[in-house]
Design a protein around this ligand. Structure first.
Ligand code: ZN
Length: 249
């Protein structure tokens, strides 16, 4: 259906080409890849384009760009058709919305997000802000757990958490180590490139959402209440952020 639509409507073809390029930039694909994608003839479906991409860049499956490619891939199929329907509904005018897997999403720079956190802190104080951010993180963490449920069974935990976080720009999970202390169990999670403390300097750990994400994810895993602290933070001068999550047996 999409293929025929493109053939009969060159303008629409251009529109989707632009959307795909925007999306590619959004997920941080390198300029070279974007240039290459720009040359792709949009008479084919997006799946066809991806196959070309894999053939031309086999190394993608070996490095971190792979997760980004998977994210671009979400533009295909249902999302593309939904965009087309919305284009028709609006008499050929493009509604500027960003779709992923058929769902509308938002994107903004990390420093905008940090400014929002600063505003909330100024309004309600640090203690309440930290609680709210941790709560938000826990929600994200439990959603992330549901997305990574299948991988958790077979893979190691760090890899399963990393897969679901890195695709969203939350950085890289270097390690997730479990220690059994008898009456309690601790998990220590090391995160490199956390966006919350990106280019930030602070006297105390600043990544409450990430602390929430890690604890929310583990809370879903162990099905018990957990306590969490951020042991080390990039904002205070430590190379990676380190989060410790504890639960009592
Ligand atoms: Zn941090």
């Amino acid at each position: 259906m999409i293929r025929d639509t493109f053939k009969s409507n060159p303008g629409l073809c251009e529109l989707f080409k632009r959307k795909i390029l925007e999306r590619a930039r959004f997920v941080g694909l390198s300029e070279g890849l974007i240039d290459f994608k720009a040359q792709i003839d949009m008479e084919g479906t997006y799946q066809d384009n991806l196959r070309i991409l894999y053939r031309e860049y086999p190394q993608l499956s070996q490095n971190s760009d792979y997760s980004r490619i998977k994210s671009v891939r979400l533009l295909s199929g249902a999302a593309l058709e939904q965009s087309w329907r919305s284009y028709e509904r609006n008499n050929g005018h493009e509604i500027p919305e960003l779709l992923e897997d058929g769902e509308r999403i938002l994107s903004f720079p990390v420093n905008t997000f940090q400014s929002i956190i600063d505003c909330v802190t100024a309004m309600v104080g640090e203690k309440v802000t930290k609680m709210i951010l941790h709560q938000i993180g826990q929600e994200i963490g439990s959603t992330a757990f549901n997305c990574s449920r299948d991988q958790i069974l077979s893979d190691n935990l760090a890899e399963a958490l990393d897969r679901v976080l890195s695709i969203r720009g939350w950085g890289q999970v270097l390690d997730l180590e479990k220690t059994d202390h008898g009456s309690r169990v601790t998990y220590v999670c090391t995160v490199k490139g956390c966006p919350l403390c990106y280019k930030r300097v602070s006297t105390s750990p600043a990544c409450d959402i990430m602390r929430g994400i890690v604890s929310g994810w583990l809370k879903s895993l162990v099905q018990k209440n957990v306590e969490s602290i951020e042991n080390a933070c990039v904002a205070t001068g430590s190379p990676p952020c380190v989060f410790q999550v504890t639960f009592r047996k």
